[in-house]
Design a protein around this ligand. Structure first.
Ligand code: NAD
Ligand code: UDP
Length: 369
């Protein structure tokens, strides 16, 4: 069977006979960059979406067009606290965790607890609801890899006491919890190891390379290259990633992962700077700065497993994805609003907030799917 037919067949299952009107899907971290696109997509597909987020790095603006939709509910909640949901839930996506090194290192103990305690609370919820649960894990579980490219059976090379460890080890422990829930309770789990993903709705001051370079280029400010820029990453456009996440969630119960989801096109950090400078026609210069501690030197996913089990591979070319992302930031910079600030503080003390279920349209930045 061709890979695209396999993918279509997997997603077709979602419209199975026992699901009149779609499923109820809980998206933890649903107001963030990836999570908000996922909420859009799930609502568009006819599902009811419960978005749970503490707005640490997420923004209400990301889901504002959904707030009045009859099938969308926003709950301001920290996943480190137990979550009680009165209604049935069939799917849980756990995306709750700051993904940018700047933000996850800003509150390292909070990050570790979000990864571990947050995952535990969501696993308990999934168990109570007999729901499938997907963990947004990361290529960071491979650390600064000694094997290249990275396959899922590589167990990684992580420094457990460095500044990235709160995230890397937190995500590794979360994977452990997922597999123990699967072994002990037969809980249907899916673990996606996501590689660097970029696109519209990244935070302007996120510190991640794509958003940093684009904003710097658009402002004609120096492009901050850490180290000599020869380190590599493999960048996946958000639209491709979302399709992979959905396919993994709807794959047969025997498919647990871990499953790499990323774009195998590997580029150096200098390459990405050059591409962005060319597309923005920027006058920015290059500003070389020290490489952060434990910064991985190379990263590229082997995606054979995703291709074989899900029929998935990324389709958006880097230049097209960058063009869409540059367009987004150009628009944001010309009309800045509150949502562009980083949420770098702990929001646990805020009272919980729930949106009423009203009506509205959704947004789409889709390039390919
Ligand atoms: P993001 O920071 O934009 O989104 C994370 C969301 O989680 C935010 O809305 C944030 O407010 C929320 N959150 C953080 N801590 C929380 C808590 N304790 N309780 C409730 N909500 C909380 O990041 P993203 O890029 O959208 O990443 C989403 C997920 O994907 C993360 O789990 C991340 O680890 C994973 N991931 C992302 C990438 C990437 O390149 N973007 C790569 C690998 C893995
Ligand atoms: N990077 C850079 N300049 C920046 C931001 C990041 O050179 O302004 C480098 C960073 O050191 C790393 C790569 O780009 O080698 C990717 O960084 P990012 O924070 O986006 O993701 P991660 O390191 O988590 O893969």
């Amino acid at each position: 069977m061709s890979t695209s037919k396999k993918a279509a067949r997997l997603l077709g299952r979602r419209n199975g006979p026992n699901r009149a009107g779609g499923m109820t899907v809980l998206v933890a971290g649903g107001a963030g960059f990836i999570g908000s696109h996922l909420c859009d997509r799930l609502v568009q597909r006819g599902h009811r979406v419960i978005c749970v987020d503490n707005l640490y790095t997420g923004r209400l603006d990301n889901v504002r067009p959904l707030l009045n939709h009859p099938d969308f509910v926003f709950i301001e909640h920290d996943v480190r606290d137990r979550l009680v949901v009165a209604e049935p839930v069939e799917r849980v996506y756990n995306l709750a965790c700051a993904a940018s090194p700047r933000h996850y290192q800003n509150d390292p103990i909070g990050t570790m607890n979000t990864c571990v305690v947050g995952a535990h609370n969501l696993l308990e919820l999934a168990r109570e609801k007999s729901a499938r649960i997907l963990q947004a894990s990361t290529s960071e579980v491979y650390g600064d890899p000694e094997q290249h490219p990275q396959r899922e059976d590589y167990v990684g090379h992580v420094n457990p006491i460095g500044p990235r460890a709160c995230y890397d080890e937190g995500k590794r422990a979360a994977e452990t919890l997922f597999f123990d829930y699967h072994r002990l309770y037969g809980l249907p789990i899916k673990v996606a190891r996501i590689f660097n993903t970029y696109g519209p709705r990244m935070l302007e001051n996120d510190g991640r390379v794509v958003s940093n370079f684009i904003v710097q280029a658009l402002r004609n400010e120096p492009i901050t290259i850490y180290g000599d820029g020869s380190q590599t990453r493999s960048f996946c456009y958000v639209d491709d990633l979302l399709f992979g996440l959905e396919l993994l969630m709807e794959s047969p119960l025997t498919v647990t992962g871990p499953c790499n989801l990323g774009n195998p096109q590997e580029v150096t950090i200098c390459d990405i700077a050059r591409l962005i400078l060319a597309q923005t026609e920027s006058a920015s210069t290059l500003d070389f700065r020290p490489l952060p501690i434990d910064d991985p030197k190379r990263r590229r996913p082997v995606i054979d497993r995703a291709l074989e089990l899900l029929g998935w591979r990324p389709r958006a070319p880097l230049d097209a994805g960058l063009r869409a992302t540059i367009g987004y930031f150009a628009m944001k910079l010309s009309a800045p609003e509150d949502g562009m600030r980083a949420a770098a503080k702990d929001t646990r003390d805020r009272p919980p907030r729930c949106t009423p279920r009203l009506a509205a349209a959704t947004t789409s930045d889709s390039l390919v799917h």
